[in-house]
Write a protein that binds this ligand. Sequence first.
Ligand code: FE2
Length: 355
Amino acid sequence: MRGQATKGMAVLNDRIEAKWIDAFETTFRACGVTETQTAIILSETQSRDLNVHLSELALGRIGASFFHLKVPTPRNTSPAIIRSSGATLALNGQEKAVAALSGVDFVADLTLEGLMHAPQTGAILKGGARILNISNEHPDMLERAMPDEDLKARTLAAARLCRKSSEMTVTSDAGTDLRVNMAGNNTVGVWGWTDKPGTLAHWPGGIVVSFPAAGSVNGRLVFQPGDMNLTFKKYFDSEVIFTLENDYVTSIEGKGTDARLMRNYLDAFGDREAFATSHVGWGLHRGARYEALTMYDKRDSNATELRAVAGNFLYSTGANEFAGRFTEGHFDLPMMGCTITVDDTCVVENGVLTS
Ligand SMILES: [Fe+2]
């Protein structure tokens, strides 16, 4: 017995590989980064050093003018453990850093939670920067989940469909039956890069997410073993039933560990908004692997790939700024085996993309 060495399944070394510099370079070039542009690598003290380093080498190869901006990982002031919020707190009180970020062409965002929903993101984008959030994954995962033009086209089409729609319904053989009034929704399609000034993307991508207006989500979600809780980074192993009334989860039923964990976690925030709907949508990345969570240590994965698995229904609780709700709690809960219909278009049938 060799003690600690046999623990876990750490099969990946945290070292630079040429193929990962290639992957970062390809993605940065897709974002329109050239040798005439300026860039900042934004990180915090708890960021994954390997990805910070790969970003530096990729920008160096491109010949862009860049520098590092590293801020301290902030104190956790929430009563709960914050994971997967998509809203880094690392720029709070860092006006000088925000000013610098607003002044460059490109920001490689390596904060732990990401700039997706951070309060400072609007100001940074206003300056014309493109922000690429690099999800806190081991680069082995990033390398496999590269985006391509086909994914971009399908993601854009899905986003267009959702934006002009009036209703989304989601059903499953297990008993899921959800109705979302899509009037006034705010939809984002993310395919994994952005070359448009003043916009943000994250890598991996391949999802369409709609933030419904207030009071739009009603029905029942029946989670089955094999569905995913990406805040906990685990597959469900027991059934959990959510009842949703006017956006809010009003009951969480289930006898297993999953229901208990979810009730406990949401209660910990002491905040009713933690129980509200954040976004609804689906995964479009045919290269994203459903079983990926079984292949990585938790520390090697932020599970963004699982959000993009083709044909999942991605339901999330937490903040929805478009419905005037703010909270630090956030569950991303991709469900398999659902049928999703947007107005008259069936986009996912029994967990499979229809186009
Ligand atoms: Fe989310």
